[in-house]
Design a protein around this ligand. Structure first.
Ligand SMILES: [Zn+2]
Ligand SMILES: [Zn+2]
Length: 104
């Protein structure tokens, strides 16, 4: 595993990624721009500040986004907290590489 980047670098990288994410988000995921989702996401991340996947593996990593366990495009409930999971970027991209999706 590569060494963890410094805090400053991690913050910069997250900003870059968010910018990319917002620009490339397809129209069908306009849901992610709604205030309902932003409010729920912030609330959920406040309750689950650590990456849940890392926690399962005994690691302590700050969560950087909230992911839908069942993607909305696959019929997952967008605002059901049982369908949400706090993840770090690493776990999130790993999950999506397997599933082939791009959205949260
Ligand atoms: Zn993680
Ligand atoms: Zn996701």
């Amino acid at each position: 595993m590569p060494r963890k980047p410094g805090e400053q670098y991690a913050t910069k990288r997250r900003k870059d990624k968010e910018r990319w994410y917002n620009k490339s988000r397809p129209a069908r995921h306009a849901f992610y721009a709604t205030s309902e989702w932003r409010r729920l996401r912030d609330w959920y991340r406040g309750r689950h500040p650590l990456c849940e996947e890392c926690q399962r593996q005994g690691r302590v990593t700050a969560a950087e986004l909230v992911h839908h366990k069942v993607e909305i495009s696959e019929g997952g409930s967008p605002l059901d907290i049982d369908n949400l999971e706090s993840l770090c970027w690493g776990c999130h991209s790993r999950l999506h590489r397997v599933g082939g999706g791009q959205n949260s």
